[in-house]
Design a protein around this ligand. Structure first.
Ligand code: MN
Ligand code: MN
Length: 485
């Protein structure tokens, strides 16, 4: 369709509308063919990365592998040794294989403040209990405890894969990964057939399955020995023992997670979207990771740029791999210690207080199937760029850190200057619910922080959907922020 000729005279109202109003446009409209190719290629790289990194440990391992290849060094190995970090130097810290933080030293020292992009790498899922394996009606089942905010019913009757680690009696750590290869078996949580679900269907959605009813079907073939009880269970233990050297007590301290056994796929006839498990928050984590990597070669950035990828966000950012811990302060302290002649606590506080951060986490995309819960004026829409959430929290803004007006204006300015499209990103109508991110824990350290993210449909379900162009815009946006804020 041809555009309007430019010399066609605009009315005064049209001119005022253009000058004064904020029009949020569909980003696909202005794309060149070359950009579209780039967007699709970027999405392919994203799909490949998240298919290999379905858990916080796997995602962290994927990042570390690339970081080492790109010449990042372990900052903990530099501590207590002579020599400092210089502009352009690249460092990382691996936090117990479940979180990772990495940086490129800028021309200005870290004590002048850091430019940070943060995201989380844990996703909602089904965890095993500490003594999970049991037999009932000659089935072997795994007893579970779900992780994060899920609608139970969405996790039944889909193929699940078993991921995780355990430490054997010999003290050796072993990785478990069953259900991802085409040849692998998968697992599932069963549900009642409609024919016998008359009572179940009368219950409210949050009651018709109980958290205790999410047990995973793991086997049905008995071990051939009628002298023992629980022969199906013993058979399963025997298989795990042969494959991994595992014994029953190893489950007690293991971290075993069941995730959807589906790969990330192009979605829609136009392939404009990606359907996958765990876009929350791996879409932001991946784009943040890629944004930081753009500073790994070439001239050092003006300020020190940092990427923070944390664990446990979905359950409140607790624990020593979560954003509530001292992990980010520690990393900043190490940066200061390696870039100043004499380290002091005051310098650390100053570095944090002068720092700027985008807390990048997904936001609810407007869903026409459920339009009544959204505020259409402040919701995020597919294809319209980065959603900015000035505040999070729930009813009465409770529990969120609201970004300061001055900082919001700065971020909007950076996006505008770099032609990065942004839109509003508020989570639903007042009192319809709410949520949080890692932003408030950064804010508690004195960091200026703003929540920004990619719009996602079916958040926290086993198959979430995002727009490819929003993924690409996020990468561009985080990169612009790191360079220019
Ligand atoms: Mn999230
Ligand atoms: Mn979430």
């Amino acid at each position: 369709m041809a555009g309007k000729s430019t010399d066609e005279k605009k009315t005064r109202g049209q001119m005022l509308q253009e000058k004064l109003g904020f029009e949020i446009k569909n980003c696909w409209d202005n794309c060149t063919e070359k950009e579209e190719e780039e967007i699709f290629r970027f999405a392919d790289e994203y799909k490949a990365f998240i298919d290999k990194g379905k858990t916080e440990r796997e995602f962290t391992a994927g990042c570390l592998e690339t970081l080492k290849k790109k010449g990042f060094v372990d900052i903990e190995e530099l501590l207590g040794k002579g020599g400092g970090l210089r502009p352009g130097d690249k460092v990382y810290q691996n936090i117990r294989d479940k979180s990772v933080v990495f940086a490129v030293i800028g021309k200005a020292p870290p004590t002048e403040g850091l430019n940070i992009v943060g995201a989380h790498v844990d996703c909602p899922r089904i965890d095993l209990k500490t003594n999970p394996l049991y037999e009932s009606a000659e089935f072997a089942l795994f007893d579970t405890h779900y992780y994060g905010g899920i609608k139970y019913y969405q996790w039944t009757t889909i193929p699940l894969a078993m991921h995780g680690i355990f430490i054997g009696r010999d003290g050796v750590k072993r990785n478990i990964n069953i259900g991802e290869d085409a040849e692998d078996p998968v697992f599932t949580i069963t549900d009642l057939l409609p024919h016998l679900a008359r009572d179940q269907m009368q219950k409210k959605a949050n009651e018709f399955l109980d958290g205790e009813e999410l047990d995973i079907l793991a086997g049905s073939r008995p071990f051939k020995d009628d002298k023992i009880k629980d022969r199906v269970k013993i058979n399963i233990l025997n298989i795990l023992n042969k494959k991994y050297g595992m014994v029953e007590e190893d489950f007690a301290g293991a971290e075993i997670e069941f995730v959807p056994a589906v790969k990330a796929r192009d979605l829609g006839l136009d392939r404009s979207m990606v359907g996958a498990y765990g876009h929350d928050d791996r879409s932001c984590a991946y784009t943040a990771f890629r944004a930081l990597l753009t500073f790994a070669s070439g001239k050092p950035p003006a300020k020190t740029v940092v990427c923070l990828l944390t664990d446990k966000e979905e359950i409140g950012s607790m624990g020593n791999t979560g954003a509530q811990s001292r992990l980010f302060e520690n990393f900043t302290a190490y940066l200061c210690a390696k870039t100043t002649p004499v380290y002091s606590e005051m310098l650390l506080r100053r570095a944090l207080g002068k720092s700027s951060m985008l807390s990048t986490d997904v936001n609810a995309a407007f869903d026409p199937n459920f339009d009544s819960v959204y505020d259409k004026k402040t919701a995020s829409y597919f294809g319209k760029g980065i959603g900015i959430s000035k505040y999070t929290g729930h009813g009465g803004k409770v529990g969120g850190s609201e970004a300061n007006a001055e900082f919001c204006a700065k971020v909007q300015g950076v996006f505008d200057k770099n032609k990065v499209r942004w839109q509003y990103g508020n989570l639903g109508k007042v009192n319809k619910g709410g949520g949080g991110t890692i932003a408030l824990y950064a804010a508690n350290l004195g960091i200026e922080v703003l929540d920004c993210g990619i719009a996602v449909l079916s958040m926290h379900s086993p198959f979430e959907v995002i727009s490819k162009i929003d993924l690409y815009t996020a990468w561009k946006g985080w990169t612009a922020f790191l360079a220019d804020i």
